[in-house]
Write a new protein. Structure first.
Length: 115
C-alpha cells in the first residue's frame, strides 16, 4: 500500500505562483510513475502533469510552459510548481502514484485563482 499526502494549495491571484507537494509513504519502491491531476466542479478529472521512474515528464496542453513537475527521490516527494496561474486553473488537485497492484490517490488539495 502507498499513502499520499498533498499540501501547498491555497488562494492566489491570477499571475501568481504556487508549489504543491505530494509526500508518499508505504511501499514506495513499487511506484514507477507519478502524476498530478485536477478536477473542477462539474468537470472530468484531467491529467495535469506526469513523471516516470527515469524522470521523463509530460504535461496537459493547458499547462505546458507554466507548470513543472519534479521529484525528490530521497524524500519520496513529488512537486508541482505552478506559475502564471489563471482563474481557469482553479480546481482540486490530486496526486497519483502508479505501481504494484494499481494507482493510489491522495485526498486532494484546493487551488483557487482569483481574477
Amino acid at each position: 500500500q502507498v499513502q499520499l499526502v498533498e499540501s501547498g494549495g491555497g488562494l492566489v491571484q491570477a499571475g501568481g505562483s504556487l508549489r504543491l507537494s505530494c509526500a508518499a509513504s508505504g511501499t514506495v519502491f513499487s511506484i514507477h510513475a507519478w502524476g498530478w491531476h485536477r478536477q473542477a466542479p462539474g468537470k472530468q478529472r484531467e491529467l495535469v502533469a506526469g513523471i516516470n521512474r527515469v524522470g521523463a515528464t509530460n504535461y496537459g496542453d493547458s499547462v505546458k510552459g507554466r507548470f513543472t513537475i519534479s521529484r525528490d527521490i530521497a524524500k519520496n516527494t513529488v512537486y508541482l510548481q505552478m506559475s502564471s496561474l489563471k482563474p481557469e486553473d482553479t480546481s482540486v488537485y490530486y496526486c497519483a502514484a502508479t505501481g504494484g497492484p494499481g494507482t493510489y490517490w491522495g485526498q486532494g488539495t484546493q487551488v483557487t485563482v482569483s481574477s
